[in-house]
Design a protein around this ligand. Sequence first.
Ligand code: FAD
Ligand code: FES
Length: 361
Amino acid sequence: MSSPYFNLKVIEITRETADAATIHFEHPDKQTINYKPGQFLTLILSIEGKEVRRSYSLSSTTQEAPRLSVTVKRVEGGLVSNYLLNTLEVGQEVKVMEPLGNFCLTCAPQNQRNVLLFGAGSGITPLMSILKAVLTEEPNSKVTLLYGNRDEDSVIFKDKLQELEQQYADRLHVEYIYSQPKHDCDHRGRMNQSMIIKILERLQLAKISNAVYFMCGPEGMMEEVRHALDVLHVPADCIFRESFVSNKLQDKQEEAQHGAVVSSDEDEEITTQTVTVIYEGSEYSFVVEPDQTILEAALDQNIDLPYSCQAGLCTACRGKCLSGKVHLDEREGLSDAEMEEGYVLNCVSHPLSANVMIEIG
Ligand SMILES: Cc1cc2nc3c(=O)[nH]c(=O)nc-3n(C[C@H](O)[C@H](O)[C@H](O)COP(=O)(O)OP(=O)(O)OC[C@H]3O[C@@H](n4cnc5c(N)ncnc54)[C@H](O)[C@@H]3O)c2cc1C
Ligand code: FES
């Protein structure tokens, strides 16, 4: 298996808003990096002498190869976002891990569907990649974007979206929603259930069957979208969501799964256990203390397992639990089907029994 790590060179940095910028990369040999619209890149940086990793969704599409781009929004007090926005320079090389993620769309020219996107703030980044891919690769599909921002100045990709709306006038429609608009606007306030339903009804998109729904943004916004889609009886398997920030544990009921593989019961005692991980043909056994996750214990032993967000969101560290019982602190990144199949996220997992064996890849 070839290494999932490589270097990319910064070839341009485009300022999007006062606190967001797009970083454009190229492979130093101009190799094309393959990825699906909606996937993310893991940037691996050395800041203040310490290696740090963060996930950033690709806002480009493979049609723009060999260029690939991520768009970063500043998080107040945030280590990496501030480093990238204040310090990174054109010409610098950045170590990355190959594109990953399940929040993605596979395009095919014969598709004839509605792609409905719901985004707010930096949540626009994977949606932008999906939007551009559908417009260029599915000539018979339409895209509608409901896009929430604080005000007109904080809209990432504003010019690009306007340009695309003109270029694909009958295939792309964007509705802007502002919580604190500076001027008169169509939708004032935060994106909420009734606003979403009204917009979709007006656009005659409330009762359609050939649609897929993607959402990315703050948890509150995604809850509102989810409720609106429930009211409109949209089937759950047509709805996809991506979180950039970790949430509290989900409802215990939702998490109790078949067999004894994955658990989130907070009453279960986490004790010191030896865990075995199989990765790229090698088997590693190591001790995991109660205050460590399986990933942390592996990294302490210099076992180079894959990871990115370290918050149970991105699935870069996903493995399948072959035996034993594991507690998950967070399950945002896993679907119900994955939970049932025994998948775990090593960055938020703790062994609950002596015989835990996890296979990655
Ligand atoms: C799959 C995935 C894709 C992502 N894609 C993007 C992207 O395309 N663009 C982008 O800008 N970010 C994206 N993120 C978020 C990104 O990885 C970082 O978490 C973010 O840049 C903050 O990192 P930091 O080092 O600046 O902040 P940290 O130093 O890690 O955190 C500082 C404080 O801010 C809080 N915080 C962290 N992230 C956020 C956030 N997003 N919003 C509000 N508070 C936060 C933390 O809880 C902490 O209290 C993505 C995350 C995931 C998991
Ligand atoms: S590293 Fe992202 S889910 Fe574990």
